[in-house]
Design a protein around this ligand. Structure first.
Ligand code: ADP
Ligand code: MG
Length: 653
């Protein structure tokens, strides 16, 4: 582990973030909880002696010993480990030193209180950290072990990890989908809440895709496997969340940095203070006592813990609502986003487009569709899916096409028996030297996407494709505007006419609709939006396609449609909307802002409380018990304040 990943503090029971071994978390959590309880038990014994009635000396010693051991051993170990491996002085070291110093000046019980509360806040922090991860781990448990494979000889039960794309599996009612696939036979409702957070069951029929770990509620379905287990939804989500743990938020880095610098300063300061108090004329015992008070008062536990407590709570609340953040940094940046740019096809629209019109210029409609489907069979674009479906409903076999190359935001080209073949928009036609003549005027007069088919410079025909606006798009865009987002912009590779129609019906200003874009144009526009903001706020780009990947990566916050989106887009993005629901984006934006507020509150409170305690310790003879309660009370408060975010789940539709 490198030093930048290693938190300088670590509440002992907490496994370091970035530690990808999930099991460490669970075990550490339970052990941590047990140790916290034991520490409190020991402390309770000492408190009986102090406040209720004297107890035998041996019992008191046993109680204190238990508290010091159970509460002190884990931080002592963590402190040694950090010191040894990373040469870092951490907060655990401060706490152990403070508790020992307290014992040395005859305030062993205060030392025990310190350790007990320190242990408790560590356990709480750990709980928060584990939650986002557990949400995903719970999914793993939902994975069925075996699936019913349909073969030529009949149905056979096979292990899920032996399934390969193209295999067909039978899904009985009540069974979970074993890997990502699409329905080839049967129609039924699926409960997808585990993956998308969508509580309403979804009706699905042939052609619809189904995701691993969703439940088939009522029908017998035959599913064709599209992704092997290792590439299926759950594995992808786990990868996202693992990446998330490695990426630290800026304020997290601040608190880490602060914690580390500060630990050294506090240790040195306490030693200096001891000599200072001595020089001032205090007895050795008194000077030691007040140095110990300072050590406790000045320990930055609350500062260091305040940020992760808030961020992890927010990340886990978001994950429950189907919004996955790749780390705290994305969360903090989303809070500052003032401009949202949306891709159109597949993002604002469903991407489940339909062929509405056919215009063959040579041959008949069926021949046009056969050639078109032959090229598009190699494309992942929503347009391609629409064309393939149209061919299938008409019972047309796609032509044999090979040597295919896709040009993002233009189209696709390949070769059939008769020669070169291409499909795409006007830009593609121009590239091929084909003239889009008057015969296509009627089609272009409409406001639908037009796909041209050509052979070199010869135009063979065209089809129009209509795509439906996503239900959530209008509400999502409206909600963002209502939340005070300065600007929403549409960026599409489609024709201006289509962009204008969809943009207008979603409430985009005409000046904020950009059409006919290439992938690099989207990047350039994101850059321009960023410059326009002049540093006051950030730009988010929301997209789904291969053609959006560069813009997703360039934007301060890239948001990918988690299910409909392409793998490249998911890779490039910082946030994935697993439900493909744009109202969740607005919810996530709100949650991110709340988290930012909580972090600010926590930091201000933690720094303020520390300042008060230090001043009290230096100038006002603050008693040790008060320093302990003030210090650890503050730490607990910031943890609890952070945990409040857990209760702000992203709205479920
Ligand atoms: P958006 O930016 O709205 O997601 P794209 O950039 O993916 O849209 O596509 C822009 C345009 O490029 C489409 O409207 C279509 O005209 C053309 N195009 C892209 N891919 C294909 C394809 N596979 N077949 C035909 N046309 C395509
Ligand atoms: Mg798109």
């Amino acid at each position: 582990m490198t030093q930048s990943e290693a938190p300088p503090h670590h509440h002992a029971p907490v496994a370091a973030p970035g530690n990808s071994n999930a099991h460490d978390h669970g075990d550490g959590g339970d052990l941590g909880l047990i140790l916290t309880v034991l520490t409190f038990l020991g402390l309770a014994v000492a408190m009986v002696d102090a406040f209720i009635m004297p107890i035998p000396q041996q019992l008191l010693l046993a109680g204190l010993g238990l508290a010091y051991l159970a509460g002190g051993a884990p931080p002592a170990l963590a402190a040694t480990r950090d010191l040894w491996h990373d040469h870092v002085l951490n907060i655990d070291l401060l706490m152990v030193t403070a508790a020992l110093a307290a014992a040395a000046v005859g305030s062993a019980m205060e030392g025990a209180v310190l350790l007990a509360l320190f242990s408790l806040s560590g356990t709480l922090e750990h709980r928060a950290m584990g939650r986002a991860r557990r949400a995903v781990e719970a999914l793993m448990q939902l994975r069925p072990e075996t699936a019913l494979l349909r073969t030529a000889e009949g149905v056979r039960e096979v292990p899920v990890d032996s399934l390969r794309p193209g295999d067909r599996v039978i899904l009985r009612p009540g069974a979970r989908v074993p890997v990502d696939g699409k329905i080839v036979e049967g129609e039924g409702t699926l409960d997808e809440s585990t993956i998308t957070g969508e509580s309403e069951p979804q009706k699905k029929g042939p052609g619809a895709s189904v995701h691993e770990a969703c439940v088939n509620l009522d029908a017998i379905l035959t599913i064709e496997v599209t992704r092997a287990l290792a590439d299926s939804t759950v594995a992808r989500m786990i990868r996202l969340v693992t990446e998330a743990q490695a990426a630290k938020a800026p304020s997290e880095r601040f608190s880490d940095w602060f914690g580390q610098r500060y630990t050294v300063a506090v240790l040195a300061g306490s030693v200096l203070a001891f000599f200072g108090f001595r020089a001032w004329g205090l007895e050795t015992g008194d000077a030691l006592y007040r140095a110990a008070v300072l050590l406790v008062a000045a320990s930055p536990c609350a500062v260091v813990i305040s940020v992760p407590a808030a961020i992890l709570s927010a990340l886990s609340a978001a994950a429950r609502g189907g919004v996955l953040f790749k780390g705290g940094a994305a969360l903090e940046e989303l809070a500052e986003v003032r401009v949202f740019a949306f891709d159109k096809t597949g993002t604002l629209t469903t991407g489940r487009a339909e062929v509405t019109d056919l215009l063959p210029l040579e041959g008949d409609e069926d021949a046009l569709l056969a050639l078109l489907a032959g090229v598009e069979a190699h494309s992942e674009h929503p347009i391609a899916a629409a064309i393939l479906r149209a061919a299938e409903t008409r019972g047309i076999m796609p032509a044999e096409v090979s040597g295919v190359r896709a040009l993002p935001s233009e189209g696709i080209m390949g070769r059939d028996a008769a020669g070169d073949l291409w499909a795409g928009n006007a830009r593609m036609a121009a590239r091929m030297g084909a003239e889009v003549d008057g015969r296509l005027d009627a089609m272009h007069a409409g406001d639908q996407t037009v796909v041209l088919l050509g052979r070199g410079a010869r135009l063979l025909g065209a089809v129009t494709v209509a795509d439906a606006i996503r239900d959530s798009a209008r509400r999502g865009v409206e909600a963002l505007a209502a939340q005070g987002v300065a600007r929403v912009v549409m960026m599409t590779g489609d024709r201006p006419e289509v962009a204008a129609r969809i943009g207008a019906s979603l409430g985009f200003a005409a000046a904020d609709i950009e059409a006919g874009l290439l992938p690099e144009d989207k990047v350039r526009l994101v850059d321009r939006l960023d410059r326009d903001l002049g540093g006051r706020g950030k730009v988010a780009f929301v997209g789904d396609g291969v053609n959006d990947a560069a813009a997703l990566a360039r934007a301060d916050v890239g948001v990918a449609m988690g299910v409909a989106g392409s793998e490249v887009a998911l890779q490039a993005a910082d946030v994935a909307l697993m439900a493909d629901d744009l109202t969740r984006l607005a919810d996530a934006h709100r949650l991110a802002r709340r988290a930012a507020r909580v972090i600010r509150q926590n930091l201000i409170f933690a720094l303020g409380a520390m300042a008060v305690l230090v001043i009290g310790g230096l100038f006002f003879e603050l008693p040790l018990p008060l320093a302990v309660v003030g210090h650890e009370g503050g730490t607990l408060l910031v943890v609890l304040n952070g945990l409040r975010l857990l209760a702000d789940p992203i709205r479920r539709a």
